[in-house]
Design a binder for this molecule. Sequence first.
Ligand code: DGL
Length: 292
Amino acid sequence: MPATEPSTSGFIGVFDSGIGGLSVLQALRAEMPQERFVYWADSGHAPYGERSDAFVIERCMRITQQLMAQGPVKAIVVACNTATAAAIEHLRAAYPQVPFVGVEPALKPAIALTRTGRVGVMGTQGTLNSSRIEKLRQMVLAEASPKSCEFVMQACEGLALAIEQQTVKALSDTLALENLCKQHLQAMGPFGQNAGEMDTLVLGCTHYVFVEDMLRKWVGPAVQIISTGEAVAKQTHRLLTDVNRMQALPNKSGDVQLWTTGSLHALEAAASRWLDLTAAHCHLAPVESPLS
Ligand code: DGL
């Protein structure tokens, strides 16, 4: 049995269906530079957003086991809205010794910020059709009452996969991706500051952070675009502080390892493009053994 007892000398595991969670890893490293991180990109099985809950739960269980096999895990950040919606309760039940932090679309900050009372939410089908997001929607509306808000939910079919595939393309080769972003935003309705327009846009998928510039082009400069990386990093920091698992040497720089079940070349490209990390940090995941 691998060592699973969290300790101050362990690492923080982070995973996503692919490279989207690197946006969360970026925020985690900025928040806790002294910590060690192991990131798992399940690109060989991406996207999760158009798969069944059972499939996503099985993948999350496997990845958790892989992370735990690498040494003492302090916490695991599920850096994927779809995986959080489908699997986080199962993970917490199966591995009660591991603190899990999930990622959810930022409906609460959005309702506090909107003035027009219309908020756009982009996410995967899996996230936006989940009972978890419906509960969250009802909870934030009840808490914000009497302020009311309409959340315009757009399941962005194909977008996470297109972002995943973009990593190995030239930086200038973005037309198809830009068109896909535009298509989804257009389907949501008008953005702006006037009554009836959406003045706030929630990025409910960690992949979408990497196309924020393209989304901004379409919605204009005044719309507030909200992602969750920073909030999740702060929450993870708080959690580790509460349970006394923070690395005690603030000047010691932590390290980071990235693993993929997909293409190593694609991971290396994403790591250098978005995190300034070299190929030395990137590894191909071992062949999987049966789930225990
Ligand atoms: N990055 C993921 C999320 O936050 C999922 C994308 C996908 O695999 O469909 O939902």
